[in-house]
Design a protein around this ligand. Structure first.
Ligand code: HEM
Length: 217
């Protein structure tokens, strides 16, 4: 495992020099953030009209972007997870030490990391199932998605949606802190921005699910 070296910043706050794996983790994280933002907007096109969603899905299938891009997204998720997993406390003893430290530190960013680890594990499992189900029942149509959501998949999405958006929002914020874009002075503003951003994406996702629930064939 590569350990990051620490040097002093001009304001005397230590700055962590990221390792190569840290940089790969950041790049794969940014790619996944961009994918999920695009995903939310593309699927929410059903709110405007099911025909629009069908048209978009048809474009992605004709160009094989769904058939090739879908498995690539899954690989990216697994790769991103494996790189991040080197820092996760998987052993019971490691977890207990981490838990004790987190409780005694009462540091908000440490707790955000706990949320990041838990949501990562849930997303890994649920996104794999979701991608497999969608890609093994092509073509994607608003009608098929609606019958899936109405036919019992609603609770699944009601868990996956906040997990994915929380992970994304916190990841976005932590990247900003780690690479120095978010400073100690601007931390509070960015934490609020992150809540707002997460809230907006959860709202769009919920409206999409409501539309699927109300869609009649
Ligand atoms: C390339 C891979 C993916 C494809 C092709 C895809 C496609 C779809 C489709 C067609 C739906 C409508 C519901 C359905 O048919 O079951 C949907 C919904 C949803 N997907 Fe995906 N998805 C992909 C990856 C992901 C990933 C990686 C996540 C989260 C980490 C995700 C989260 C969701 C959520 C939360 C919904 C519910 C609707 C919403 O709240 O926006 N999807 N997806």
């Amino acid at each position: 495992m590569t350990s990051p070296s620490i040097r002093k910043h001009t304001d005397n706050a230590p700055v962590v020099v990221p390792s190569r794996l840290d940089i790969i983790q950041a790049i794969t994280g940014v790619l996944l953030i961009l994918f999920l933002w695009a995903h939310v907007f593309l699927v929410s096109s059903v709110i405007i009209s099911p025909a629009l969603m069908n048209g978009i899905a048809d474009f992605f299938e004709r160009t094989y972007m769904a058939q090739i891009g879908g498995p690539l997204v899954l690989l990216l998720i697994v790769y991103h997870f494996l790189i991040a997993a080197r820092k996760m406390p998987f052993r019971a003893s490691e977890f207990m030490t981490f838990w004790r430290n987190a409780r005694s530190l009462r540091h908000k960013d440490t707790w955000l990391w706990v949320v990041q680890v838990v949501t990562a594990i849930v997303i890994l499992v649920m996104a794999s199932i979701h991608i497999y189900v969608v890609l093994s029942t092509l073509p994607i149509t608003a009608e098929q998605s609606a019958s899936r959501v109405q036919g019992g998949w609603l609770p699944f999405f009601l868990i996956l949606l906040p997990m994915a958006e929380l992970h994304l929002g916190i990841g976005f914020y932590r990247l900003g802190v780690k690479y120095g874009y978010i400073t100690r002075a601007s931390r509070h503003v960015w934490q609020r921005n992150e809540y707002v951003l997460t809230g907006i994406f959860i709202l769009i996702g919920l409206l999409t699910l409501v539309r699927f629930m109300l869609l009649t064939n």
